[in-house]
Design a protein around this ligand. Sequence first.
Ligand code: TRP
Length: 460
Amino acid sequence: MSGIGSGGERRTSLHGFWSSRLAFVLAVTGSAVGLGNIWKFPYMTGQYGGGAFVLVYLLAVLLIGLPIMMAEILIGRRGRRNPVTTMRLLGEEESGTRHWQWVGALGLLGGFLILSFYSVIAGWTVAYIFEAASGAFNGATPAEINARFSALEGSPWRTGFWHTVFMLGTILIVARGVERGLEQAVRVMVPGLVVILLLLLAYAIGTGAMGPALEFMFRPDFSAITGGVVLAAMGQAFFSLSIGMACVMAYGAYLPQDASISGTAAAVVAGDTIIALLAGLVIFPIVFANGLDPAEGIGLVFKTLPLAFGGMTGGLLVGVLFFLLLGFAAMTSAISLMEPSVAWAMERFGINRALAGSYVGGVIWVLGFATVLSFSWLSDFRFLAGTLFDNIDFLTSNITLPLGGLLITLFAGWFMSANSTAAELDPRAGALYRCWRVLVRWVTPALVVVVFLNSLGLFR
Ligand code: TRP
């Protein structure tokens, strides 16, 4: 089978292989492209000062995101197990200790926490398919659109219901196996999403406010680059690229031995970044043309795009399609957030995928109510970073993901031998390999540590 490569005694995957390199690219793209690009990137750009945030974000994607994504795929393919076992096996092989398994465990925990709130926001997206279909956006004013979102956000019943619908859908798909269906879904959904974003871009240009939007996103105010902005931008790079919690590592375990890791990672990173920027270029002209506040927060996408759907010809259909596709994009991301835990539970307890998916999904569903209630009954319950949702978001994006990523680069750069990493990364690309190794040993870990230290001021 394709798991046996030039190394001779290579491990083989326990849960099958992706049918091709393209299938893997599609799966990782499906994981990366989601609410992080369309919902989170624009609202964070708005909250953290526009161009300053975008600039730091792009640097973080290139210098931190890309090297870590390559490291994760490489480790995953070499270990060929769930992230906990992979890190334990490789840790024993390369540095004689089992303790690297805690990096995998940290990843599992991160996946639980992230999906608990991700599913709630994805639920809103599903709710908006029906809002769009009802024709309610047609000719609606910003105030009306605003009120619709607040009504949804403030109702624990509605928000909880859609969270439940989304989680059930995710569990069903996970139970049926990663490979089946996922490929086809991503193949249709990502291009579909891009086409609709381009349509919306035309609308955004028509608002006449593209000038201020471009200025906001791409003319950085360097004095706005604070420790908080840098931490947030780095956290967003981890979140959007799905790295730091061994999610890409879990997928890498199913990657055929002959596929190029650097090419795959570069394609996914480029695609993910373009889609995020595109979302910003659609949303900010609508913000400025309607006198809305770019720092609006988590409701930004739900308060801006409906104005476009309500104001364009055929907007009803475009709106329905958009939220449908975004819901699917969120689902392919949600599946990937569950995969490390599901693969672990299957291997650890010898249960099948359906059972593992149901247990993992059930726990996440319950946890999700912390977020559901953060927007309603518990909205005044604040500590540290804010509401319960704010804390889960801060803890994952800004702490556990970067920490996991840091440990992963240190492992790949300092504890794995150059022989092992070179055997996985394309040996033909000598200069590229050396460049990756310098990044992963020095540049990437140093940057993550500096950002961490620099943000300590936030906690004083
Ligand atoms: N990257 C996805 C998004 O942008 C979310 C996601 C999926 C994720 N898997 C992940 C985030 C793993 C962090 C880690 O919507």
